[in-house]
Ligand binder design. Structure first.
Ligand code: PLP
Length: 476
């Protein structure tokens, strides 16, 4: 292949590294570069095309993180041989088949990156109190606590959760209705095994939480994308598109990722639909605790007179995700079915962390912690929003949100958010592309950014400056 074909044009709006990355991607998709072909070294391409080495390096990092090229040590960098299985007549373009870095907004085990979603402020977690309670639980470990744990969860924790939900979320339930699970996906897994079957059709908010969507697809569920607007998920449209669905997965308090609350008329319409069709509503109340203006509406579950709502909440945002503890509240009529399913599948695991969470709630630390975190997050959100306005105000429009621990910033039309997020990922910034959270295409791109771990305005400013170098490389 003639290297001059890759030469970017200086007078375009698109940054040089992006042009280079796209030319490589197109050459691979068109077969001009084949799996196994060696690509020139950073140094030789930079000199051949008269570019800065850093520019070529950034393009190569993006190609590598998206799986187009792989480094082979002394043998240099080659077009990924894995692409061979994707080529040939009728094959989809590689970009549609490969995991793209920006479409991997996974949980990044063991890592903390600027803007990472899903992490609470880890620096203000009350470690001393936690360590004291955990130590106490280890010391009082008796023989009974060393036997097999109850698969529905440690009873004191189930009681503490039922008490908390009654006061904070308007949900009247007994501890027997509460099932402690291994994270939110543990709750979904239990639901899929108990009241759903592979092949069942369900509404999924579009855009919606990407990891739950992936789990449901993995479990064999068919998902009907239901659009979201200023009042939350469009229930009338859901009925039109998939009125016969068996279930609907929704985030009524704080739509994930757009942030609005589901309006009361829509809540009632959705319950009416579920009651008539005997469908299940899976309510994901993931960060209802963090609200900065006004009071949140009570949970949808609080209006569920006929027992169609399966309510889930998680300790990942309010304590820390390493705990892997979430909970599911099921209608009284379903308690037996869920208990029966739990005879065959693992419950939430170790008792000690569950006992520690129970004490944390019962002794009042939890409500104190939540009060403190609301104010910490309101401040930290301000750090990020101010930095974005100062440095990227002309490129990004931050959507106002009443709560949560991430910010959504809209991009101008036609700017490809997946490409920006991939470039950011290559530079160690964990922003997510809104498009990756959509089921149906849209040219309204945006970036999702966590702010919980920006402890000072300077930290937020430094991360935004790094992002600006990617979004607007010519602006200082
Ligand atoms: C929309 C949404 N629901 C639920 C969760 C909780 O998931 P887990 O309990 O698996 O950490 C998250 C975490 O990021 C989330 O963003």
């Amino acid at each position: 292949m003639d290297l001059q074909e890759l030469k970017p044009e200086r007078d375009q709006d698109v940054p040089i590294y992006l042009q280079l990355y796209r030319r490589y991607r197109d050459a691979i998709a068109a077969g001009r570069l084949k799996p196994g072909d060696r690509v020139p070294s950073v140094r030789s391409l930079a000199s051949e095309l008269n570019l800065a080495r850093g520019t070529v390096e950034l393009a190569y990092q993006m190609l590598a993180s998206e799986g187009y090229v792989v480094a082979r040590g002394a043998a240099g960098t080659v077009v990924s041989p894995r692409l061979a299985s994707l080529s040939g007549p009728g094959a989809a373009r590689p970009a549609e088949n490969l995991p793209v870095a920006s479409s991997r907004p996974d949980t990044l085990p063991g890592q903390i990156h600027p803007f990472q979603l899903g992490l609470p402020a880890l620096d203000v977690f009350p470690r001393k109190t936690w360590a004291r309670l955990a130590g106490h639980n280890v010391r009082r470990l008796d023989a009974a606590a060393m036997t097999y744990p109850h698969p529905a969860g440690h009873e004191p924790l189930r009681r503490a959760i039922a008490g908390y939900l009654g006061i904070s979320r308007g949900i009247a339930c007994s501890h027997e209705q509460v099932f402690v699970t291994g994270g939110y996906r543990g709750a979904l897994d239990l639901i899929c095994r108990t009241v759903l079957q592979a092949g069942d059709l369900g509404w999924y908010e579009d855009p919606g939480y990407i990891l739950a969507r992936r789990y449901l697809e993995f479990a064999g569920m068919r998902l009907a994308p239901v659009p979201v607007d200023g009042e939350g998920v469009d229930v009338a449209r859901g009925i039109e598109l998939a009125g016969d669905a068996r279930f609907a997965v929704v985030t009524p308090t704080h739509q994930s990722p757009m942030g609005m609350a589901l309006s009361l008329p829509r809540r009632l319409a959705m319950l009416d639909w579920a009651n008539r069709r005997r469908a299940w509503i899976i309510e994901d109340d993931y960060d209802s605790e963090f609200r900065y203006h006004g009071r949140p509406l009570p949970a949808l579950k609080s209006l569920d007179a006929e027992g169609r709502v399966l309510y889930t909440g998680t300790f990942s945002k309010v304590l820390f995700p390493g705990l892997r503890l979430a909970y599911l509240v099921v209608p009284v009529s379903q308690v037996g079915a869920f208990e029966a399913a739990l005879q065959h599948i693992p419950g939430p695991g170790a008792v000690l962390p569950q006992a520690t969470v129970a004490d944390f709630i019962e002794q009042g630390h939890f409500s104190r912690h939540l009060r403190k975190m609301r104010s910490v997050y309101a401040t930290r959100r301000g750090y990020l929003v101010d930095a974005l306005a100062r440095m990227l105000g002309d490129r990004l429009h931050v959507q106002p949100q009443a709560g949560g621990i991430h910010v959504l910033a809209h991009l101008p039309p036609r700017q490809d958010d997946t490409v920006l997020a991939a470039a950011a990922a290559a530079a160690g910034l964990a922003v997510n592309a809104l498009s990756d959270w959509r089921l149906c295409g849209s040219d309204a791109g945006g970036l999702l950014m966590g702010f919980a771990n920006f402890a000072t305005p300077a930290e937020a400013g430094e991360a935004v400056a790094r992002l600006r170098a990617i979004i607007a490389p010519n602006v200082q």
